[in-house]
Design a protein around this ligand. Structure first.
Ligand code: ZN
Length: 138
């Protein structure tokens, strides 16, 4: 019998404070395209890491509250993210194994690669989101 505890362990992202990084939680078609984009990014030497894929509505609401009803900087502008529909992922380039948050040039390169692979890129959003990619049909 599966206990609540083992369930939580197998799917830690049911906790709204936790990120889900599993590609297998994504829409299969989007997952395939993302996989190709990641391969191309690796070939280009970006050392990409997936930091978030699927989000529960509960987690999206939790993130939306940050900087509004909860302290912190705003991290999202919507309660209706494509992450909830399993059609988005956040990917960061790394340098020497560390996420290169200050290297906009590398995030821009990731965006070019993702767009070449047929994805929409968050770098074109009104609020630049260089890590974010989503399905064009999302
Ligand atoms: Zn995102």
């Amino acid at each position: 019998m599966e206990t609540t505890k083992t369930k939580a362990k197998a799917r830690p992202w049911l906790d709204p404070k936790r990120q889900c990084r599993e590609l297998t939680q994504l829409d299969p078609r989007f997952m395939g395209m993302l996989y190709e984009a990641l391969e191309a990014a690796r070939a280009a030497g970006l050392d990409p890491i997936v930091i978030e894929t699927y989000r529960t509505q509960k987690r999206q609401n939790y993130l939306y509250a940050q900087g509004r009803t909860r302290p912190g900087n705003k991290v999202t502008w919507t309660k209706n993210s494509k992450h909830i529909k399993r059609l988005a992922a956040d990917v960061c380039p790394r340098v020497n194994g560390k996420i290169a948050w200050d290297r906009k040039d590398l995030f821009d390169r990731w965006g070019e690669i993702a767009e070449t692979a047929g994805l929409s890129w968050g770098g074109r959003f009104r609020n630049y989101d260089g890590a974010h990619v989503q399905a064009q049909w999302a």
